[in-house]
Design a protein around this ligand. Structure first.
Ligand SMILES: Cc1cc2nc3c(=O)[nH]c(=O)nc-3n(C[C@H](O)[C@H](O)[C@H](O)COP(=O)(O)OP(=O)(O)OC[C@H]3O[C@@H](n4cnc5c(N)ncnc54)[C@H](O)[C@@H]3O)c2cc1C
Length: 422
């Protein structure tokens, strides 16, 4: 039987991985690949590149970790830079590998990539990386409620989370198929410098993901107080910090959910354990919004089809990016992002609102900047949250402006955060 191609995307793990399970069940051998599409790291419509060094480094660490996991199972990861359809077609011909197994991703560019691959090869897709399986939703995707609260009420009334799938012990692969991983330079990036003020020394890959989960749930039981601390901005432990690993798929939302349930069995359920699942539902919501609205999630008019607002003033935008607006709370957050590739949820809401409402800029400039910078960049969560805050997405309220002076007074009353990044 010829080998099958196992095309990894933002699902860089072997456990709880439906496409891995299907490929191994159907084939005697697989060829694991990951493809970096130059269009997704090249210039954004606003001129700057879409992949900054911190995010690039986290991605390469995640790929190296997946490769290591594959190697102990008799396989290897080959990473290519190129247009996915062309790369996969070349591999398919070279290795006489007629079928591609992969995960369905709802973001528009990922959908277009998949469509092109499907035009030239036989593709078998598995469910997207959500907590809830799309087939278990109590409505078809095109009837997804517009507002998160309605979505949550509906899915909570028909609650079902499928069990996580087991990790394979063997991944049979032809012997000549060896590891091939790019460097930062191949991605046009220099090595980022580490900043001692970073909330965590984030390390890509499953080993670090599971270590963080163990720390947050089991070693410290911080999960039990998550709801009270989640609006923090300083240090490792105010929130789970799972997002970079969830965004690249080093661990799945289902795995996190299972651990929450285990935690509740040991220590009891409370508002905090509920709230972490609530946040995972926000993540699902934006994945399904992307599935429903396709390219509109990335358009200026948004999924609401709103009239264009905001200008593209470069000087104002650069001041925002570099933390030079003169508004200390905003500047502190933007400097943290520039220096570490991370920003708290509280920070993200504030700087996004500031860009839209105070600087009067086109919201997509901010969304592309976040895409470039955030180590946890996820197309659905990023663009969905930006649309929400810009008033062109799922927010039922008009004009969601965060007053940075008031917010600083509430969340940084002693100005510790501002001073840390001044
Ligand atoms: C403008 C803006 C852009 C954002 N861009 C991204 C992005 O590119 N990638 C990303 O993962 N998150 C994004 N978020 C959502 C949120 O800020 C981060 O998920 C969260 O701060 C990550 O920290 P944590 O893992 O400690 O989260 P926790 O508070 O511990 O939450 C647990 C998990 O729930 C999910 N989650 C929490 N809040 C949200 C939310 N509002 N939307 C979607 N999922 C959520 C994340 O997967 C997170 O890891 C954005 C938010 C805003 C306002």
């Amino acid at each position: 039987m010829p080998p099958s191609i196992l095309w990894f995307r933002n699902d860089l793990r072997l456990a709880d991985h439906p496409a891995v399970t299907h490929a191994l069940a159907d084939s005697d051998a697989v060829l694991p690949v990951y493809i970096i599409d130059p269009r997704q790291i090249g210039p954004s419509p606003f001129g700057f590149g879409r992949l900054a060094p911190y995010r690039a480094q986290f991605l390469l660490e995640s790929l190296a970790d997946l490769d290591a996991q594959l190697r102990v199972r008799g396989s290897a990861l080959q990473v290519f830079i190129g247009e996915p359809a062309e790369v996969l077609q070349r591999i398919a011909q070279e290795w006489n590998a007629p079928v591609v197994y992969t995960t369905l991703h709802h973001a528009h560019e990922e959908q277009v990539q998949l469509r092109r691959v499907s035009e030239v090869l036989r593709v078998k897709t598995s469910e997207p990386p959500t907590l809830l399986h799309p087939d278990d939703l109590p409505f078809p995707i095109d009837k997804l409620p517009k507002v998160f609260t309605a979505f949550r009420h509906k899915v909570e009334a028909h609650w079902e989370v499928r069990d996580a799938l087991p990790e394979p012990t063997n991944v049979p692969t032809p012997q000549e198929w060896t590891s091939q991983l790019p460097t930062l330079a191949d991605l046009g990036c220099e090595a980022p410098s580490s900043d001692p003020r970073a909330v965590l020394p984030f390390q890509g890959g499953r080993a670090a993901a599971l270590e963080r989960l163990k720390h947050y749930f089991w070693d410290t039981r911080l999960l039990a107080t998550y709801k009270e601390t989640r609006n923090g901005m300083i240090g490792a432990d105010y929130s789970s910090k799972f997002s970079p690993w969830l965004a690249l798929g080093s661990m799945s939302a289902r795995e996190v959910y299972q651990q929450v349930k285990r935690f509740e069995q040991h220590f009891g359920a409370n508002e905090s354990t509920y709230w972490l699942v609530f946040e995972l539902l926000w993540r699902d919501f934006f994945q399904f919004v992307a599935a429903k609205h396709g390219a509109d999630l990335f358009k200026r008019a948004g999924i609401a089809g709103a009239p264009p607002k905001g200008n593209q003033d470069r000087r104002r935008f650069e001041a925002w990016c570099e933390g030079r607006t003169g508004q200390p709370f905003i500047d502190a957050h933007m400097r943290e992002l520039a220096a570490t590739g991370w920003m708290s949820n509280r920070g993200r809401q504030n700087v996004a609102s500031y860009l839209v409402n105070d600087l009067g800029l086109d919201w997509r400039m901010g969304a592309y900047w976040f895409e470039r910078m955030l180590i946890d960049y996820d197309p659905c969560s990023n663009w969905g949250n930006w649309q929400y805050l810009a008033g062109v997405g799922n927010d039922p309220r008009e004009g969601r402006r965060f007053d940075p002076v008031r917010q600083a007074g509430m969340y940084d009353p002693d100005e510790r955060f501002i001073r840390q990044w001044s």
